[in-house]
Design a protein around this ligand. Structure first.
Ligand code: NAD
Length: 426
């Protein structure tokens, strides 16, 4: 029976996101022959906090917002995961994202469990003061479960280094001393890491380079389309173009642009930062996000939202290689269709693991109060991403399974081993 579509989230096109994450988990559990008890332990979220809290608005009124923080699993270490602000976030979505964080951290061998947080709000209509007050109150509500050894938030959709700075400051005020390691993705002036802003897009491009080698695809002159032009998509598009890839299309929430000759990505970035959208860029044709996903190109990078590639548009995809910059951009049904078409999909928990990897570097630097050069950050990131890609690819080849199943199987196995080693208390 198809999973029930949760009310209120127009972005969830094909049902519950947590049901989708669980389906992927159960396939991995099956592939590694995971025993029933561990399936139950790893399939459940350890902690879920939902909080409604008041914020003073600029017009003198009071509005109540709802936020969540979910820690899916902490067998390998403190929980780690981003915070997103979006009007239609649901607890179901946060649970799925928290579970994916557990597998992602395990896949790249970080000593972390998985978490995610969200506040249902539209930051585009909030003033800076309202956004700060909302963030500080949400951070206060989270105080009982976050901390450098408990749960370490980071940026995600519509949150950034400024939001992280407010969370760090709020937490530190309540402690009475500065605690930079409570969040990652902070401004460098507050203990943020060089290279963190670019890390997810950069890591994603490292996996594209590795996959292109396997596919014997020459990146010089290859074509790419990138959906979502934010922290992940913009950096991925720029780094791909620096490698000689012709980025023929990019998009954001207001639509996209296409040019068969390839777009001048730094110029599009400058335009986006001035006008707030890519689709008004004067060079190229305006296209919709649906048209972008179906363009004839070698590489497709969905870097916007979950559930963008669905059973209805996956048959139209013409790219040979997909690198999932976003979390959960491909539904289970779409994944099957793409597999049948022979598309090489680098799954989200591998392709976008660069962000949490450099967040881990940031946390390590904060705890040691000893900071690294950007080259060192990028080189360590490259090594971790390459090792994870090679391990996943080798496991997939050995077991004759696709990369998503291989990545999940490796990760689930690591968390299961840690859980077994710790034992069940009492
Ligand atoms: P962001 O807010 O910086 O950018 C999101 C982009 O997507 C924006 O350009 C926005 O306009 C665009 N967008 C929104 N709705 C869209 C739609 N319907 N169609 C097309 N584009 C749309 O967010 P981000 O940090 O770049 O995150 C993007 C994705 O990557 C999310 O799934 C996030 O969970 C995932 N991710 C982010 C990080 C990170 O370090 N930021 C790490 C891992 C995964």
């Amino acid at each position: 029976m198809p999973a029930k579509k949760p009310a209120g989230n127009p972005r969830q096109k094909e049902g519950s996101l947590f049901a989708m994450a669980q389906q992927q988990f159960l396939a991995a559990a099956e592939a590694i022959g995971l025993e029933e008890g561990l399936r139950q332990v790893l399939g459940a979220c350890k902690r879920e906090l939902t909080t409604s809290f008041p914020v003073h608005m600029d017009d003198g009124s009071v509005r109540v917002f709802t936020g969540h923080r979910v820690q899916h699993n902490i067998a390998l270490g403190p929980a780690k995961g981003g915070i997103r602000y979006h009007p239609s976030v649901t607890l179901d979505e946060v649970k799925a994202l928290a579970m994916w964080m557990t597998w992602k951290c395990a896949l790249v061998n970080l000593p972390y469990g998985g978490a995610k947080g969200a506040v249902a709000c539209d930051p585009a209509v909030l003033s800076v003061t309202e956004l700060e007050d909302l963030t500080r109150r949400y951070a206060t509500e989270l105080f009982i479960i976050i901390g450098p050894t408990e749960d370490i938030p980071a940026p995600d959709l519509n949150t950034d280094s400024r939001v992280m700075a407010w969370i760090m400051d709020t937490y530190s005020m309540m402690k009475g001393y500065s605690v930079p390691a409570v969040v990652t993705g902070k401004p460098v002036s507050l203990g943020g890491s060089l290279g963190r802003y670019e890390a997810t897009g950069r890591g994603c491009v490292y996996t594209v380079v590795a996959a292109a080698k396997k596919l014997r695809l020459n990146l010089e002159g290859a074509t790419a389309a990138v959906q979502g032009f934010g922290q992940v998509g913009m950096v991925a598009a720029r780094l791909l173009s620096e490698l000689g890839v012709k980025v023929v299309a990019v998009s954001d929430s207001k639509g996209g642009i296409y040019s068969a000759k390839g777009l001048d990505i730094p110029a599009v970035m400058a335009h986006k930062s001035k006008s707030g959208q890519v689709s008004s860029w004067r060079m190229g044709d305006r296209i919709t996000n649906q048209e972008l996903l179906a363009l004839p190109c070698d590489i497709l990078v969905p870097a916007a939202f979950e559930q963008q590639l669905t059973a209805s548009n996956a048959p139209k995809v013409r790219a040979h290689l997909i690198a999932e910059g976003a979390n959960g951009p491909t539904t289970v049904e779409a994944h099957k269709i793409l597999g049948d078409k022979g598309v090489f999909v680098i799954p989200d928990i591998l392709a976008n693991a660069g962000g949490v990897t450099v967040s881990y570097f940031e946390w390590v630097q904060d705890l040691q109060s000893f900071f690294w050069e950007e080259e060192e950050v990028n080189e360590r990131l490259r090594r971790i991403m390459m090792r994870a890609f090679d391990e996943t690819y080798a496991f997939a080849q050995k077991r004759k399974i696709d990369l998503r199943l291989a990545a999940h199987a490796l990760a689930v196995n690591r968390v299961a081993e840690a859980t077994k080693a710790r034992g069940i208390y009492p």
